[in-house]
Design a protein around this ligand. Sequence first.
Ligand code: GYE
Length: 327
Amino acid sequence: MNGHALRKCLHILSLLLMTGLLFSCRGKGTLEDSSREGLILGFSQIGAESAWRKCNTSSVKEAAEEAGVQLLFENAEQKQENQIKALRSFIVYQVDVIAFVPIVADGWDNVLKEAKDAGIPVLITDRKINTADPSLYAGFIGTDSKQEGREGARFLLKKFAGTEKVRIVEIQGTEGSSVAIGRSEGFREELEGHDEFEIIHSVSGDFLRSRGYELMRDILKRHDHIDVIYSHNDGMTLGVLDALRETNLIPGKDIVIVTIDAEQAAIDALIRGEVNCVIECNPKMGPAIIDLAEKLSRGESIPPLQHVRETVFTEYDDLSSIEPRGY
Ligand code: GYE
């Protein structure tokens, strides 16, 4: 058997195993088993790349447990192909509802059409998708990443009012994700017409602390004057701070830092004065996701788009009253 045929067999075998596992985790019985208890929700999560993601996962699992929902949870380990496999296994298993976080915005139409043909409603959470056919999913709940980008720019417009030249380094999230695209677009739209602001370097750190550290070390070699770091998530920002600690630059003073997520470590850095603006991105959408999934399982319609409530913490605020973040 040649390599291609072997790979094909292994792929089919893994899909059957996955389905078998799903059968087993539902206990005895078959698909026709009328004794299925309650809502069965298939959830494909992208991975565990940040404290935000881990909190997002806990929120979904705890809400499912609380509601007595049977959750089939798949971690894609940052690979879209693993998410597509998971969605296909949910379809084979005939779950009542599918929910997932699309790691990137493109490439979902085929599998969503399969879910639609199987009569399984799909809820998209956290990140958005690009599709010409909005009927392929029932609704979205998650992050308004463009607004987050705008908020970051608004802070800088206030911070640097009257400044002749502001050199910005942008460290973006996962390439092709709706969140990185939105945070870049919103940031740039808000700075439009303010030519004193210049983005001198923009690069993806994939939302990872380790990449934030590596990139910052490289950026410091390339640019001898940086006024602002605009980082798409706190994980990468913590990596940036790790790199700055190896220099004589004082974060929050020599270099202004704007970051997104509002995990506890970033709030602590804001309180220490190492970070200047922390934009909240709320991961705790588990209860809302379960509520929407239950509505879909009853055949009810849901809003096509729902953004979670988010706020902004800056150096100008009273930082003594910030509630513990829980992630
Ligand atoms: O900002 C980051 C996570 O999709 C909004 O993904 C989420 C982003 C979040 O890795 O920490």
